[in-house]
Design a protein around this ligand. Structure first.
Ligand code: NAD
Ligand code: DAU
Length: 360
């Protein structure tokens, strides 16, 4: 049985990845989820698998290097999938320090802990051990409206404190691969959307605000472009890279699904109108009149667009869920999980650990 150490598994993509992996591999894998539960960590995302014998949650901070070494000493880890990070660009503009601490120093701790556990006396690494660092397309900077795509060879040019911290973490992983021949991969993915996404990010924020008749804030002219990928396709891509990709390589993950922010907002409004049943009081609240142009994000990157050619050619990955289908699945999920959203907006979700876990 392979043992996975997943960092940040209580967050949006990490929890979707854990669900995906159990669906795919069932009881043939053990997943250890290491998460310190920042505001973005929500154990309710994993409620339906928390009692599985082959799932373990450890509340720990990746900034605590000794604790990370200890976790590796207590468990024979085969795979690391490193999601844990501060992930929201707006927060990084207001408070960069925690981004450097978690994203850069936290990643260094993960690399050191894995190296410490996996390195043999002759400097080679134990057979079959693999580390996957989950990163972002934002490290490549910004494209112009008609300005091509991000390839794995595109030079790094981050602009926000978030993307600069992720770029630094990528550089550390590259340095460990080059210096120690440390067995790793890096994936750089475009914008994800889907179930369990924290409502500070564009898509869940717009869905939630529209359903409550609240303003829909559009930064700048609303024409910034993001390349949207359904989160389960990202989870699948990570697994395929780790199992089929060439070690020491970087793979971009994205689905050629570029859309302007304002287009996304109109699609969400139209889809909500279409999916809400007649007589539902929320139908009257969902309206284009809620769209409100606000001050632009500082240093706002204009366009991101991934060229996924390498992962398609080498690993056979392609996105299965088109945007029209993915956004309907996402909206349906938010309809069916209103209580999940209510507990986030009230802050109650942060009590889940104390209520359900701390006595275990
Ligand atoms: P998220 O903010 O939803 O979740 C982050 C998780 O990490 C949370 O559970 C949080 O509690 C945990 N965490 C934060 N600091 C920690 C620490 N010091 N120790 C332990 N756990 C800690 O993030 P997400 O959107 O799921 O993103 C996950 C990863 O994927 C990040 O590395 C991000 O850079 C990357 N990524 C995200 C996207 C996207 O669109 N969301 C796209 C590409 C790459
Ligand atoms: O590209 C991958 C990245 O995507 C990830 O690395 C990040 O972790 C993730 O947060 C995401 O970053 P973005 O900044 O692109 O996502 P966000 O949802 O914050 O914003 C998407 C776009 O929408 C962006 O152009 C800013 C705009 N926006 C966002 C919010 C929250 C608005 O216009 N209004 C808003 O209220």
């Amino acid at each position: 049985m392979k043992t996975y150490l997943v960092t940040g598994g209580a967050g949006f993509i990490g929890s979707n990845y854990i669900h995906y992996m159990f669906k795919k591999y069932g009881d043939t894998i053990h997943i250890i989820n290491v998460d310190c539960l920042t505001y973005a960590g929500n154990l309710e995302n994993l409620k339906d698998i928390e009692d599985k014998e082959n799932y373990t949650f450890i509340k720990a901070d990746i900034c605590d290097g000794e604790r990370m070494i200890q976790i590796f000493e207590e468990n024979d880890i085969d795979r690391v999938v490193h999601f844990a990070a501060e992930s929201h660009v707006d927060r990084s503009i207001k408070n960069p320090d925690v981004f450097v601490k978690t994203n850069v120093l936290g990643t260094l701790n993960m690399l050191n802990a894995a190296k410490n556990a996996w390195e043999l006396p002759d400097g080679t690494f134990k057979e079959g051990k693999k580390f996957l660092h989950v990163s972002t397309d934002e490290v490549y900077g910004s494209l112009t409206e008609d300005g091509g795509y991000f390839y794995e060879t595109t030079p790094y040019a981050p602009h926000s404190p978030y993307s600069a911290s992720k770029a630094s973490s990528d550089m550390l992983v590259k340095a460990y691969m080059d210096t120690y021949h440390f067995p790793a991969n890096i994936t750089n993915c475009s914008n994800n959307y889907g179930p369990y996404q924290f409502p500070e990010k564009l898509i869940p924020l717009i869905i939630n605000n529209a359903l409550h008749g609240k303003k829909l804030p559009v930064y700048g002219d609303g024409k910034n472009v993001r390349d949207w990928l359904y989160v389960e396709d990202h989870a699948k891509g990570i697994d395929m890279v780790q199992e089929k990709g060439r070690l020491f390589e970087t793979y971009n993950i994205g689905g050629h699904n570029e859309k302007q922010n304002i287009e996304i907002i109109h699609i969400i409004l139209d889809t909500l109108q279409e999916m809400l049943p007649e007589g539902d009081p929320r139908k009257a609240l969902v309206s284009e009149d809620l769209i409100t142009y606000v001050e632009d994000r500082k240093g706002h990157d204009r366009r991101y667009a991934i060229a996924p050619d390498k992962i398609k050619a080498e690993v056979g990955w392609y996105p299965e869920t088109c945007f029209a289908e993915g956004i309907r699945k996402t909206i349906k999920w938010y309809f069916e999980h209103e209580d999940w959203m209510d507990r986030i907006t009230s802050g109650d979700y942060q009590k889940y650990y104390e209520d359900m876990y701390s006595h275990r």
